[in-house]
Design a protein around this ligand. Structure first.
Ligand code: ZN
Length: 270
């Protein structure tokens, strides 16, 4: 049977964002995402409070007070970025596990949600870090290596994004995405919101969101939603004249020119 997998709602493409460190400028960025209906994942260090600040190209960067966070991040995903932002690969094994585990527990309690993802601090890792990520049962782990592509990761525990928002090719990539006809293309942009303030280029994100908003058929989703859907849709069963969805979420395909929804746990004759 020839068919094409689609994203939820029968959308052909997906866009996701990932922003690190939980800083004050996240409030501006989350508001911008909200205005465009975009969804992001914010990666937080639960062990660092607003008393610590640093300078980024002349801008003082501060962490958000934890009490302000739930309102700002409402509608987006919260993921781990380790408890105190160390180079994980330099830690003794026990400290490595504690950095990840304690961050996940603290964020889960603070936001009253299940925390399933991780963005590696400094994007650095080694074999021991990956072993910990796997053993702790994270659904996905984001690196900082740009692919310049819209293809899906072979391994969600080494999830390389498409590009950083400061990539000189950002809008060229957006145009390539517009005309992309691959199956399940994903445009994945990452960065730090304080960089927009430091570089005085908030317009860059607005331009991208404007460009994407003019297109139809885009699913805006958090990292978790994307990873969970892709894991589910990979389990779709297609027979000679039927589909079977063995997962607990609805799946979508294009078959003989029609968009079909295969409800969770159901068979669909075609
Ligand atoms: Zn960071």
């Amino acid at each position: 049977m020839i068919y094409q997998k689609l994203y939820p709602g029968g959308k052909a493409k997906a866009v996701t964002f990932s922003y690190d460190d939980g800083v004050e400028q996240d409030a501006v960025l989350a508001e911008l995402f909200n205005r465009y209906g975009a969804r992001a994942t914010f990666n937080l260090n639960s062990g660092i409070g607003p008393d610590q600040s640093w300078d980024c190209r002349g801008v003082t960067v501060r962490r958000l007070p934890p009490e302000d966070m739930p309102g700002i991040y409402d509608g987006h995903e919260i993921a781990c970025h380790s408890r105190t932002h160390p180079h994980l690969e330099e830690l003794p094994v026990r400290a490595l596990y504690e950095e990840l585990l304690e961050d996940r527990i603290a964020l889960g309690e603070r936001f009253r949600c299940k925390v399933t993802g991780l963005a590696l601090p400094y994007g650095s890792w080694n074999g021991a870090v990956m072993e910990a990520v796997e053993k702790l049962g994270f659904l996905y782990c984001r690196t900082t290596e740009s692919t310049g592509r819209f293809s899906l990761p072979e391994d969600f525990l080494r999830w390389n994004p498409t590009c950083h928002h400061n990539d000189p090719q950002l809008m060229l990539l957006a145009e390539s995405f517009r005309v992309c006809e691959e199956e399940l293309p994903l445009f994945y942009v990452w960065g730090h919101s304080y960089e927009f303030a430091a570089d005085k280029n908030w317009g860059r994100m607005e331009e991208l969101l404007d460009f994407l908003a003019a297109q139809r058929g885009i699913w805006y989703a958090t990292n978790h939603a994307v990873a969970a859907y892709l894991r589910a849709v990979s389990r779709l069963v297609a027979g000679e004249d039927f589909f079977y969805n063995p997962t607990n979420q609805d799946l979508w395909v294009r078959y003989e020119g029609s968009i079909l929804k295969i409800p969770a746990g159901e068979w669909l004759d075609v």
